[in-house]
Write a protein that binds this ligand. Structure first.
Ligand SMILES: *[C@@H]1O[C@H](CO)[C@@H](O)[C@H](O)[C@H]1NC(C)=O
Ligand SMILES: *[C@@H]1O[C@H](CO)[C@@H](O)[C@H](O)[C@H]1NC(C)=O
Ligand SMILES: *[C@@H]1O[C@H](CO)[C@@H](O)[C@H](O)[C@H]1NC(C)=O
Ligand SMILES: *[C@@H]1O[C@H](CO)[C@@H](O)[C@H](O)[C@H]1NC(C)=O
Ligand SMILES: *[C@@H]1O[C@H](CO)[C@@H](O)[C@H](O)[C@H]1NC(C)=O
Ligand SMILES: *[C@@H]1O[C@H](CO)[C@@H](O)[C@H](O)[C@H]1NC(C)=O
Ligand SMILES: *[C@@H]1O[C@H](CO)[C@@H](O)[C@H](O)[C@H]1NC(C)=O
Length: 870
């Protein structure tokens, strides 16, 4: 009882979390210092209060050497349209340096903005100033002269409890000045250390420790859009349109969207770039008659030579009407930076979801930074396109510490040492605990850091028992070192490629211990997918089923996202049906394969609290092992099932042409019945040995489902079945099979059977085929094996087995504690022994206790047929 309540609650919790994360508030910086330099008064710009530094606010201390105390200056002829912070300035005369110091509440990434407006006043012509500046010991610039109004923005990590900005006049007559200062804490994910690639003539390399560099913003472009002012940006940045940087204006066409972007927790956030950047873009201009020509859209951004730059490109697919339609290439300085970029995959199947990538371009480059986007060879002719939504270019400031400079605060040293002691203590404690544990338990089999988990082979029942591995410990054990992956795939040898998909390439590999694996490598650089990838792993690691291709391990080193699956010797089912010249499968083999696949899918749909919908059931996703056991593959990116009182998941259409549930297509609502529809198409493929869609055939034959249903309705299905099967199939078996396929293909999902029903019907089709083969006369005795002596087993019926449903003619459902599972099924065979019970017909689903993450009980459905035996 209790556990069922928990099952009910868990989707509720998940939905709530989702809603909370969607209604995120605007960003409020913890540290937010806005200083109006050289002024006695506070002034407000864009709702932001700049505090005059002459009011001597408590948070600010302005030190200087005694000889050269700073002078405050005001513009005698202020321009009336100008924000008032530009009417005053602080001037730092020759002979020493001056320091602004503010205290910091939150360590981490901060923005430091310096405003310069060179006016002319008294003895000072500010345009002639020459000076340098540093922050916390990091030099920002040298020999700087502001000949025109300028805002310089720096992004850096602050690890101390204050920020010191030091201005030092340079040269004989030099002096320094500043009009305004901003010190703002930024979200720490603004600059991330992982997933940054440096790109240059020597290829791509991982770039480390980006967040430890000082960056200066150089260009910030809202591609295809309007100018965005600080008022439009949660971090008060300014974004300008791209027109001046386009190399060939006529190559690009502006597009915009009226919908706010689908921000996802793992992708870009509003602080990475505001809505307006992602809602506008440039796409390929195909208005000219050269509609089918390949061309790039190219932008040139002027920069100073021989310095490293961070190039951040923002994308959001606002041009596609469906998922997985847009593939394009991205070039930086003429180097391929991203091949076949597929935003649908990178954003985990959400359209209009913001995404960004970071590249570092090298010192060895001279001339402007060139960014190009162009169509990929994967796009179909009509869908050829390429987009760009935003660009930021930041200079990597040579971040040598100048002099002794700034001291990190003592507090941190103290705190640090406390932390170290705690860490040491915990390590010791852990070691002791581990030793105790090891002594108590025999050491589990363990090789070089990871243990391949293979699908347990065994009875239907025993394998379900295995399916609940301890989730957390299991994960580390599944890690595969990148080196091992390189070894297994011979450095991703192209000759070992056995497939490719939206996710990336699939390679055949052999691990050092001889295990054959299929290695799926995610596209390099897709950093934002990392959290999803990790969720994926934790889900996959929990799914163990004889009829689901299981994960052997994963690798996430060096910004790689790699999954290794058990290798399926005989490949996809499709290959064994048509087009490859392989020997034809017998009817029994085909039934066994369909039954296996149906079991796998049934388990996905019912084996978890939320259920998992596969979304791409087709004959290429059903794989066969060396003994032709069918396993369903590629359920990794499947969505979890419906939430709470919803009966469907609303989502963009994904799936393969010819297999797509018409209702899903019409209403974009996903239910497990969509899988049932696709499976119906697979059943017809198996029966007729032809593709789901064959454009080369006559019009009425192109779509297998339509064509076969027509024959089925006329009762002529036999005419179109695989000629190789002729004479093999018993009419009753064919009828059951064809009826099942027909029901699966019902137009409305409510009319379709569940996967459990499909499974039962297929079992039945096999049963009929088998029974007639062995004994034509005695139909009632087909199912019982001699080892089940009725009397003996009946005594094993557990007392705590409770029937829950006995309404159907064809099945009985009971619920039993997990330990009694096998006996339960056997017992029911015995109890109902006088009916035509079908062998292996128990369908078990788990009752899951979410809190303890453990299985509590198992629901068993036992199937029988009314027959002469009753
Ligand atoms: C300026 O703003 C600061 C901070 O809000 C405040 O403490 C101070 O009194 C204000 N000064 C004037 C002159 O309004
Ligand atoms: C200030 O200095 C700049 C640069 O030397 C010069 O071009 C400008 O004419 C000067 N302005 C005045 C008012 O002297
Ligand atoms: C990156 O940062 C870590 C931690 O501060 C440091 O140990 C490491 O040496 C740095 N690596 C490089 C290449 O700077
Ligand atoms: C940006 O903010 C200004 C106000 O400063 C507003 O008038 C304008 O409409 C905003 N632009 C966009 C694209 O939201
Ligand atoms: C969006 O596109 C429409 C029509 O092309 C145009 O009128 C409008 O100005 C665009 N809006 C933006 C923000 O670019
Ligand atoms: C077509 O291309 C030419 C140059 O190749 C350009 O001048 C013209 O404006 C383009 N037409 C359109 C509609 O973009
Ligand atoms: C796009 O630009 C890249 C890099 O400059 C170049 O290699 C590629 O050939 C261009 N593609 C087209 C279609 O012009």
């Amino acid at each position: 009882m209790g556990c069922q309540v928990i099952i009910f609650l868990s989707p509720l919790l998940c939905c709530c979390c989702l809603m909370i994360s969607l209604v995120g508030a605007d960003f409020t910086p913890v540290d937010n210092y806005l200083i109006n330099c050289g002024s006695k008064s506070n002034t407000t710009i864009d709702n932001r209060l700049f505090v005059g530094d002459l009011t001597k606010p408590r948070f600010l201390s302005l030190d200087s050497s005694p000889k050269s105390s700073p002078i405050s200056l005001s513009d005698p002829n202020p321009s009336p349209n100008l924000p008032t912070i530009y009417n005053t300035a602080r001037v730092f005369p020759r002979g020493g340096s001056a320091t602004y110091r503010v205290s910091i509440k939150k360590v981490g990434i901060h923005l430091v903005r310096l405003h310069f407006w060179p006016f002319n006043s008294q003895n000072y012509n500010l345009s002639t100033a020459v000076f340098s500046a540093s922050v916390n010991g990091y030099s920002l610039f040298h020999g700087f002269s502001a000949s025109k109004p300028l805002l310089r923005e720096f992004i850096l990590r602050v690890n101390s409890d204050d920020v010191e900005i030091v201005f030092t006049p340079e040269g004989e007559l030099g002096f320094g000045f500043v009009n305004g200062i901003e010190v703002i804490s930024a979200p720490d994910n603004l600059i991330l250390d992982y997933g940054v690639l440096s790109i240059g003539p020597n290829g791509m390399k991982e770039y480390k420790n980006l967040s430890y560099r000082v960056l200066e913003s150089v260009h910030r472009i809202n591609v295809g859009g309007l100018k965005l002012t600080p008022f439009n940006d949660t971090l008060w940045r300014t974004w300008i349109p791209d027109d001046d940087y386009l190399v060939l204006q006529s190559a690009a066409k502006r597009v915009n969207s009226t919908h706010t972007p689908n921000y996802k927790p793992s992708g870009a956030s509003r602080e990475i770039a505001p809505d307006n950047v992602y809602m506008t873009a440039q796409e390929m201009n195909k208005d000219n008659d050269t509609a089918f020509a390949d061309f790039n859209i190219t932008w040139n951004f002027p920069v100073i030579d021989h310095v490293q730059y961070l190039v951040r490109l923002h994308f959001c697919d606002i041009v596609s009407i469906g998922l997985n339609q847009l593939y394009f290439n991205v070039f930086v300085n003429g180097f391929m930076a991203y091949k076949d970029l597929d935003l649908s995959t990178l954003t985990f199947h959400t359209l209009a979801s913001p995404y960004y990538v970071d590249f570092i371009v090298g010192m060895d480059h001279s001339g402007p930074i060139q960014v190009s986007v162009g169509p990929s060879s994967l796009s179909t002719t009509l869908k050829k396109n390429a987009i760009l939504n935003g660009v930021e270019i930041m200079k990597v400031v040579n971040s040598k510490v100048t002099g002794t400079g700034h001291k990190e605060q003592k507090v941190w040293v103290v705190l640090g040492s406390v932390l170290v002691s705690i860490a040491v203590l915990s390590v010791v404690l852990l070691a002791v605990l581990l030793m105790l544990k090891c002594r108590r338990k025999p050491k589990p089999a363990e090789s070089s850091g990871w243990t391949p988990l293979r699908a347990p082979i065994g009875s239907f029942y025993s394998r379900v028992t295995e399916s609940v591995a301890s989730p957390r410990n299991g994960l580390n054990g599944l890690k595969i070192p990148f080196e091992e992956i390189l070894f297994a795939t011979n450095n991703f040898d192209r000759s070992l490629i056995i497939g490719s998909g939206g996710f990336g390439m699939v390679y055949k590999g052999i691990l050092r211990d001889g295990t054959k694996v299929a290695v799926k490598r995610g596209m390099p650089g897709s950093r934002q997918g990392l959290p999803e990838f990790q969720t994926e792993i934790s889900v996959l690691s929990k799914i163990r089923h004889r009829h689901l291709v299981s994960m052997v391990g994963y690798c996430e080193e060096q910004s790689e996202m790699i999954l290794a699956y058990e290798y399926m010797e005989k490949g996809p089912l499709k290959k064994h049906l048509y087009g490859s010249g392989l020997p034809a499968l017998s009817w029994k083999q085909r039934l066994d394969i369909c039954i296996g696949a149906a079991r796998g899918l049934h388990y996905l749909h019912t084996g978890f609290a939320q259920g998992i919908i596969h979304r791409d059931v087709k004959s290429t996703n059903i794989l066969l092992d060396e003994s032709y056991v069918a396993k369903v593959a590629d359920f990794g990116l499947s969505r979890a099932g419906p939430c709470l009182d919803q009966t469907h998941v609303s989502t963009g259409v994904k799936g393969s042409f010819g297999y797509l549930d018409p209702e899903y297509f019409r209403r974009q609502q996903l239910t497990d019945k969509s899988d049932v529809y696709s499976f119906g198409v697979v059943l017809l493929e198996v029966l007729c040995a032809r593709p789901a869609v064959d454009p080369l055939l006559a019009r009425e034959q192109v779509n297998l489902a339509e064509w076969a249903l027509e024959f089925q309705e006329k009762g002529l299905l036999e005419e179109i079945i695989d000629p190789q099967l002729k004479g093999q199939i018993k009419p009753s078996s064919l009828k059951k099979f064809a009826d099942t396929a027909q029901k699966c293909l019902a137009d409305y999902s409510v009319d379709r059977p569940t996967m459990g029903d499909v499974l039962w019907n297929l079992e039945y089709a096999l049963q009929v085929q088998e029974s007639q083969a062995t004994s034509e006369t005695n139909e009632s005795s087909v199912t019982f094996t001699s080892e089940l002596s009725t009397n003996r087993v009946v005594s094993h019926v557990p007392s705590n087995v409770q029937p829950i449903e006995d309404t159907s003619d064809e099945k009985l459902e009971v619920e039993a504690p997990i330990d009694d599972l096998v006996t339960t099924a056997q017992a029911f065979k015995a109890c109902y022994g006088r009916r035509n019970l079908l062998p292996n017909s128990g369908v078990a689903s788990m009752i899951y206790d979410v809190e303890s993450n453990q299985e509590r009980a198992r629901r068993v459905t036992v199937l029988w047929e009314h027959g002469p035996g009753v």
